[in-house]
Design a protein around this ligand. Sequence first.
Ligand code: GTP
Ligand code: MG
Length: 148
Amino acid sequence: TERTYIMIKPDGVQRNLVGKIIQRFEERGFKLVALKLAQASEEHLEKHYADLKGKSFFPGLIKYMASGPVVCMVWSGLDAVKTGRAMLGTTNPLQSAAGSIRGDFCLQTGRNICHGSDSVENAEKEIKLWFPDGVVQWTSALEGWTYE
Ligand code: GTP
Ligand code: MG
């Protein structure tokens, strides 16, 4: 099954939104296969956001992401990458639909609460970067009630 890397950014942790964000992925039917709280280094975050190196906002993005702990998660399930992005909303929260995480909980692009992988290929890269020892394989008792 498909997996995606979801990360609650420092503003999401500071604003006590960790439980609510986890709850949305659980309730949708995704399976949690990895979870940790981490203080990321700037070096590590530069690898995570390597595609954005050179953008004017890159230094500020790295400082913001290193400004406090983040919650790192891997969620598995049907179309996890695309559905995860839809659950997050658009990059700019002002354009995010109500009912999405960004559309419900934040206002500005530079404080948009949560990261989600943008392709299956990047998801697998990000999972390796943040969970080099791998994730947990387990069977949910609800699988037959979630999938036909
Ligand atoms: P992530 O899930 O965090 O990767 O966001 P995204 O995929 O919706 O956007 P993208 O990968 O293009 O940018 C990564 C992050 O950089 C965004 O979520 C924002 O926090 C930040 N960012 C992107 N564009 C801007 C910008 O124009 N200004 C500022 N201040 N931050 C930006
Ligand atoms: Mg992105």
